[in-house]
Design a protein around this ligand. Structure first.
Ligand code: 3HC
Length: 294
């Protein structure tokens, strides 16, 4: 390594087969990322319909890339051939790492990690993509907290380079090093972060998004706010456009966690964010959020 640079992380254990739990936007993107890097991926969802949704997401992305002259039908077929969808968690019994990307709900994740502890082979890494819940607690739900780590991808996962790697006091150094090596191997940049709500990026990003909604509640047009932000900081999207990409349900869950952990009065979720979620206006995924996509 060059002077002043940390040496590149090394694999301390073999990672050949990757498991992903979940079928939402993040899970779909993460399945694509691993398959694109050449890994066999087993992904688990609650119904065949949801599994089909993951294939649909990836097929759409690959078709768009092919239309732009990047990639071929053969490569697409090979990539899709590396995927195995299953409605049974037991299908994760022989993977080397499981990446959990299900609902941002502690009880739901605790139940899953307890079950992964039963199902996953000894030594398998159990990673969570949580963006605001304590990784430590998920580790404690297993009999192998040394194998539990956070691997926080950003949306859209196939495009965004950053992965926050979250270690707890219990995470084994070899597990952390392997996770950083895996992150680099799929073309991403690992940044280490401590186990506190929001890690680095979301702690900065979501209070800003929440403030944008509160500013709008005072009467400023969303389009004006979006345009002002894009034209100044060079952000690729304005806050309302980004909220619609992330999903208002996800944003509300994160904002509630940040508010709960730090107790900052200003972190209280904006009333309009709560209302959007109650109305089922979750963003692009439902065709309407702050903006209309119908
Ligand atoms: N899946 C895969 N690829 C996608 C994609 C998707 N959902 N959306 C866009 N892309 C690809 C396009 O194919 C295109 O690829 P190419 O340049 O190689 O041809 C490239 O991304 C650019 O896309 P477009 O030209 O269609 O549109 P944009 O230039 O507007 O880029 C964007 C889209 C990458 C989403 C960009 O607008 C952006 O960077 N937005 C900000 C996203 C962001 O900040 N994400 C973080 C959210 S916070 C989070 O995730 C935390 C979590 O805890 C919730």
């Amino acid at each position: 390594a060059a002077a002043g640079q940390a040496p590149a992380p090394e694999f301390k254990q073999d990672i050949a087969r990757v498991g992903v739990v979940g079928t939402g936007t993040m899970a779909s993107g993460i399945v694509q990322v691993f398959a694109q890097a050449g890994y066999d991926v087993v992904f688990v969802g609650r119904s065949q319909e949801k599994l089909d949704g993951v294939y649909g997401y990836i097929t759409k992305n690959l078709d768009r890339a092919i239309a732009k002259g990047r990639g071929t039908e053969d490569e697409k077929a090979n990539l899709l051939g590396r995927l195995t969808g299953s409605t049974e968690r037991e299908a994760l019994g022989d993977v080397d790492i499981v990446v959990e990307a299900i609902a941002e709900d502690l009880e739901v994740k605790l139940e899953l990690f307890g079950d992964l502890d039963r199902i996953a082979k000894p030594g398998a890494i159990l990673a969570t993509t949580t963006s605001s819940l304590p990784v430590t607690k998920l580790g404690e739900a297993t009999g192998r907290p040394e194998s539990v780590i956070g691997m926080h991808f950003f949306n859209p996962a196939p495009v965004m380079k950053l992965v926050e790697v979250i270690t707890t006091d219990a995470t084994a150094e070899d597990v952390a090093e392997t996770t950083r090596a895996l992150t680099a191997n799929v073309g991403k940049i690992a940044v280490s972060a401590g186990d506190r709500s929001g890690f680095i990026v979301n702690l900065l990003l979501f209070p800003y998004l929440n403030d944008a909604i509160k500013l709008h509640e005072t009467g400023v047009e969303m389009t004006v706010i979006d345009a002002a932000v894009k034209e100044t900081a060079g952000f690729p999207m304005g806050p309302f456009e980004l909220l619609d990409v992330v999903g208002n349900d996800v944003s509300l869950a994160i904002q509630k966690e940040l508010h709960g952990e730090f107790g900052e009065p200003g972190f209280a979720p904006a009333a309009t964010l709560e209302a959007k979620v109650a109305a089922g206006e979750l963003g692009r995924k439902t065709g309407k959020g702050f903006h209309d996509y119908s």
